[in-house]
Design a protein around this ligand. Sequence first.
Ligand code: ZN
Ligand code: ZN
Ligand code: ZN
Length: 246
Amino acid sequence: MRITLLGTGDAVGTPKIGCKCPACLDAKKGGKSRRYRPGILVTDGKLNVMIETGPDLRSQLLDNDIERIDAVVWSHQHRDHTGGFGDFWRVKSNMPVYGEKQVLDYVLGEFHFMSFDRHDCELYRPFMIGELEFTLFEVTHPPIRMATGMRIRHNGKTLVYTGDTNRQIPSESMAIMMDPDLLIADAIVPPHINIDKHMNAADAMNLAMETRAKTTLLTHIAHLFPPHEEAARTYPLGYDGMIIDL
Ligand SMILES: [Zn+2]
Ligand SMILES: [Zn+2]
Ligand SMILES: [Zn+2]
Protein backbone atom coordinates (compact mmCIF):
# COMPACT_ATOMS: atom_id res chain seq x y z
CA MET A 1 0.00 0.00 0.00
CA ARG A 2 1.07 3.58 -0.57
CA ILE A 3 0.71 6.05 2.29
CA THR A 4 0.91 9.82 1.73
CA LEU A 5 1.03 12.19 4.67
CA LEU A 6 -1.12 15.10 3.58
CA GLY A 7 -1.25 16.90 6.92
CA THR A 8 1.17 16.41 9.82
CA GLY A 9 0.16 19.45 11.87
CA ASP A 10 -2.03 19.90 14.90
CA ALA A 11 -5.36 21.72 15.17
CA VAL A 12 -3.88 25.19 14.54
CA GLY A 13 -1.40 24.11 11.86
CA THR A 14 2.09 25.56 11.36
CA PRO A 15 2.57 28.45 10.97
CA LYS A 16 0.11 29.40 13.67
CA ILE A 17 -1.66 32.62 12.78
CA GLY A 18 0.21 35.55 14.31
CA CYS A 19 3.08 33.47 15.77
CA LYS A 20 6.76 34.36 15.33
CA CYS A 21 8.36 31.34 17.01
CA PRO A 22 11.29 29.64 15.20
CA ALA A 23 9.11 26.85 13.71
CA CYS A 24 6.48 29.32 12.46
CA LEU A 25 9.09 31.67 10.94
CA ASP A 26 10.72 28.67 9.22
CA ALA A 27 7.28 27.47 8.02
CA LYS A 28 6.61 30.84 6.42
CA LYS A 29 9.60 30.18 4.13
CA GLY A 30 7.68 27.14 2.87
CA GLY A 31 9.84 24.22 4.03
CA LYS A 32 8.97 21.08 5.97
CA SER A 33 8.08 23.05 9.10
CA ARG A 34 4.91 24.05 7.24
CA ARG A 35 2.14 21.66 8.28
CA TYR A 36 -1.48 21.30 7.28
CA ARG A 37 -4.07 19.91 9.68
CA PRO A 38 -4.32 16.06 9.90
CA GLY A 39 -4.83 13.89 6.84
CA ILE A 40 -3.41 10.62 5.50
CA LEU A 41 -4.08 9.12 2.08
CA VAL A 42 -3.88 5.33 1.82
CA THR A 43 -4.21 3.48 -1.45
CA ASP A 44 -4.18 -0.17 -2.46
CA GLY A 45 -3.26 0.89 -6.00
CA LYS A 46 -6.89 1.20 -7.04
CA LEU A 47 -8.87 3.03 -4.38
CA ASN A 48 -7.84 6.28 -2.69
CA VAL A 49 -8.94 6.27 0.95
CA MET A 50 -8.69 9.50 2.92
CA ILE A 51 -8.13 9.13 6.65
CA GLU A 52 -9.49 12.33 8.22
CA THR A 53 -10.80 15.32 6.29
CA GLY A 54 -9.11 18.24 8.02
CA PRO A 55 -9.91 21.88 7.27
CA ASP A 56 -7.06 22.02 4.70
CA LEU A 57 -8.47 19.18 2.60
CA ARG A 58 -8.94 21.10 -0.64
CA SER A 59 -5.38 22.47 -0.61
CA GLN A 60 -3.99 19.06 0.32
CA LEU A 61 -5.65 17.38 -2.66
CA LEU A 62 -4.65 20.13 -5.10
CA ASP A 63 -1.04 20.41 -3.85
CA ASN A 64 -0.54 16.66 -4.21
CA ASP A 65 -2.38 16.25 -7.55
CA ILE A 66 -4.89 13.85 -6.02
CA GLU A 67 -7.84 13.85 -8.38
CA ARG A 68 -10.14 11.35 -6.71
CA ILE A 69 -11.08 10.17 -3.22
CA ASP A 70 -13.10 6.95 -3.05
CA ALA A 71 -13.81 6.72 0.69
CA VAL A 72 -13.27 8.56 3.97
CA VAL A 73 -12.48 7.11 7.41
CA TRP A 74 -12.62 9.29 10.52
CA SER A 75 -10.81 8.55 13.78
CA HIS A 76 -12.82 10.96 15.92
CA GLN A 77 -15.05 13.99 15.81
CA HIS A 78 -12.60 16.87 16.33
CA ARG A 79 -12.80 19.57 13.72
CA ASP A 80 -9.08 19.45 12.82
CA HIS A 81 -9.86 15.91 11.55
CA THR A 82 -13.27 16.53 9.97
CA GLY A 83 -13.73 20.22 9.05
CA GLY A 84 -12.83 19.82 5.34
CA PHE A 85 -15.51 17.26 4.49
CA GLY A 86 -17.60 20.08 3.01
CA ASP A 87 -14.87 20.52 0.36
CA PHE A 88 -16.42 17.52 -1.44
CA TRP A 89 -19.49 19.70 -2.12
CA ARG A 90 -20.16 19.50 -5.89
CA VAL A 91 -16.98 17.43 -6.24
CA LYS A 92 -18.22 14.01 -5.09
CA SER A 93 -21.68 13.10 -3.88
CA ASN A 94 -22.58 10.06 -1.78
CA MET A 95 -19.04 9.68 -0.46
CA PRO A 96 -18.65 6.34 1.35
CA VAL A 97 -17.79 7.31 4.95
CA TYR A 98 -16.57 4.97 7.70
CA GLY A 99 -16.18 5.34 11.46
CA GLU A 100 -17.42 4.27 14.85
CA LYS A 101 -21.14 5.03 15.36
CA GLN A 102 -20.75 7.89 17.87
CA VAL A 103 -18.11 9.49 15.65
CA LEU A 104 -20.31 9.28 12.56
CA ASP A 105 -23.38 10.55 14.47
CA TYR A 106 -21.50 13.70 15.44
CA VAL A 107 -19.62 14.39 12.20
CA LEU A 108 -22.50 13.64 9.86
CA GLY A 109 -24.78 15.72 12.08
CA GLU A 110 -22.47 18.66 11.46
CA PHE A 111 -22.36 17.93 7.72
CA HIS A 112 -26.08 17.15 7.37
CA PHE A 113 -26.15 19.19 4.12
CA MET A 114 -23.76 16.75 2.42
CA SER A 115 -24.79 13.47 0.81
CA PHE A 116 -22.92 10.39 2.03
CA ASP A 117 -22.98 6.61 2.08
CA ARG A 118 -22.71 5.78 5.78
CA HIS A 119 -20.85 2.71 7.11
CA ASP A 120 -20.96 2.24 10.89
CA CYS A 121 -17.93 0.24 12.02
CA GLU A 122 -17.67 -1.78 15.21
CA LEU A 123 -14.52 -1.46 17.24
CA TYR A 124 -12.07 -4.36 16.86
CA ARG A 125 -14.01 -5.85 13.93
CA PRO A 126 -12.12 -5.76 10.60
CA PHE A 127 -13.83 -4.34 7.51
CA MET A 128 -12.69 -3.96 3.93
CA ILE A 129 -12.40 -0.89 1.71
CA GLY A 130 -11.24 -2.27 -1.62
CA GLU A 131 -8.31 -4.54 -0.77
CA LEU A 132 -7.45 -2.64 2.41
CA GLU A 133 -8.44 -4.28 5.70
CA PHE A 134 -9.24 -1.70 8.39
CA THR A 135 -9.75 -2.32 12.11
CA LEU A 136 -10.75 0.51 14.45
CA PHE A 137 -9.58 0.40 18.05
CA GLU A 138 -10.43 2.65 20.96
CA VAL A 139 -7.88 5.16 22.27
CA THR A 140 -7.97 7.76 25.07
CA HIS A 141 -8.47 11.41 24.14
CA PRO A 142 -10.27 13.23 26.94
CA PRO A 143 -12.73 14.83 27.24
CA ILE A 144 -14.42 13.20 24.24
CA ARG A 145 -15.83 9.75 24.96
CA MET A 146 -15.03 8.03 21.68
CA ALA A 147 -11.76 8.35 19.83
CA THR A 148 -10.24 5.63 17.70
CA GLY A 149 -7.03 4.63 16.03
CA MET A 150 -6.85 2.18 13.17
CA ARG A 151 -4.86 -0.75 11.86
CA ILE A 152 -4.68 -1.14 8.09
CA ARG A 153 -3.41 -4.29 6.39
CA HIS A 154 -2.65 -4.99 2.77
CA ASN A 155 -0.53 -7.71 1.13
CA GLY A 156 0.96 -8.83 4.45
CA LYS A 157 1.97 -5.30 5.52
CA THR A 158 0.54 -3.48 8.53
CA LEU A 159 0.10 0.22 9.19
CA VAL A 160 -1.05 1.40 12.62
CA TYR A 161 -2.27 4.97 13.03
CA THR A 162 -2.94 6.00 16.61
CA GLY A 163 -5.28 8.90 15.88
CA ASP A 164 -5.34 11.43 18.72
CA THR A 165 -4.59 9.75 22.03
CA ASN A 166 -2.65 9.98 25.24
CA ARG A 167 -0.41 7.09 26.34
CA GLN A 168 -3.23 5.36 28.31
CA ILE A 169 -4.31 3.12 25.43
CA PRO A 170 -6.61 0.22 26.44
CA SER A 171 -4.91 -3.19 26.50
CA GLU A 172 -7.42 -4.61 24.02
CA SER A 173 -6.23 -1.95 21.57
CA MET A 174 -2.56 -2.50 22.35
CA ALA A 175 -3.04 -6.16 21.43
CA ILE A 176 -3.97 -5.34 17.85
CA MET A 177 -1.37 -2.54 17.51
CA MET A 178 1.55 -4.95 17.92
CA ASP A 179 4.32 -5.43 15.34
CA PRO A 180 3.35 -2.86 12.71
CA ASP A 181 5.59 -2.27 9.69
CA LEU A 182 4.80 1.41 10.16
CA LEU A 183 3.44 3.22 13.21
CA ILE A 184 2.10 6.73 12.65
CA ALA A 185 1.80 8.19 16.13
CA ASP A 186 0.33 11.36 17.62
CA ALA A 187 3.18 13.36 19.19
CA ILE A 188 1.88 16.88 19.48
CA VAL A 189 4.71 18.33 21.57
CA PRO A 190 8.36 17.68 22.55
CA PRO A 191 9.06 15.61 25.69
CA HIS A 192 9.39 18.52 28.11
CA ILE A 193 5.70 19.40 27.63
CA ASN A 194 2.75 17.30 28.79
CA ILE A 195 -0.77 17.62 27.38
CA ASP A 196 -3.25 15.20 28.89
CA LYS A 197 -5.22 14.50 25.70
CA HIS A 198 -2.17 13.74 23.49
CA MET A 199 1.12 11.88 23.62
CA ASN A 200 4.31 13.92 23.61
CA ALA A 201 7.29 12.71 21.56
CA ALA A 202 8.68 10.62 24.45
CA ASP A 203 5.30 8.88 24.94
CA ALA A 204 5.08 8.16 21.21
CA MET A 205 8.61 6.71 21.04
CA ASN A 206 7.84 4.61 24.11
CA LEU A 207 4.71 3.32 22.34
CA ALA A 208 6.82 2.55 19.26
CA MET A 209 9.14 0.46 21.42
CA GLU A 210 6.30 -1.36 23.18
CA THR A 211 4.52 -2.20 19.91
CA ARG A 212 7.86 -3.24 18.29
CA ALA A 213 7.14 -0.95 15.33
CA LYS A 214 9.61 -1.53 12.48
CA THR A 215 9.36 2.12 11.44
CA THR A 216 7.79 5.06 13.25
CA LEU A 217 6.66 8.46 12.07
CA LEU A 218 5.41 11.15 14.41
CA THR A 219 2.50 13.33 13.36
CA HIS A 220 0.01 15.92 14.73
CA ILE A 221 3.12 18.07 15.28
CA ALA A 222 2.63 21.49 16.91
CA HIS A 223 4.76 24.58 16.26
CA LEU A 224 6.29 24.01 19.72
CA PHE A 225 8.91 21.69 18.21
CA PRO A 226 12.06 23.31 16.81
CA PRO A 227 12.05 23.87 13.00
CA HIS A 228 11.69 20.56 11.12
CA GLU A 229 15.29 20.01 9.97
CA GLU A 230 16.55 20.56 13.52
CA ALA A 231 13.81 18.52 15.25
CA ALA A 232 14.12 15.66 12.73
CA ARG A 233 17.68 15.03 13.94
CA THR A 234 16.19 13.84 17.22
CA TYR A 235 12.69 12.58 16.32
CA PRO A 236 11.28 10.73 13.29
CA LEU A 237 8.93 13.55 12.36
CA GLY A 238 6.69 13.08 9.35
CA TYR A 239 6.21 16.00 6.98
CA ASP A 240 3.51 17.04 4.55
CA GLY A 241 3.82 15.31 1.18
CA MET A 242 5.87 12.40 2.56
CA ILE A 243 5.18 9.14 0.70
CA ILE A 244 5.79 5.69 2.19
CA ASP A 245 5.37 2.44 0.24
CA LEU A 246 4.72 -0.65 2.36
ZN1 ZN B 1 4.74 29.32 16.34
ZN1 ZN C 1 -8.58 15.36 18.66
ZN1 ZN D 1 -6.36 16.43 16.33
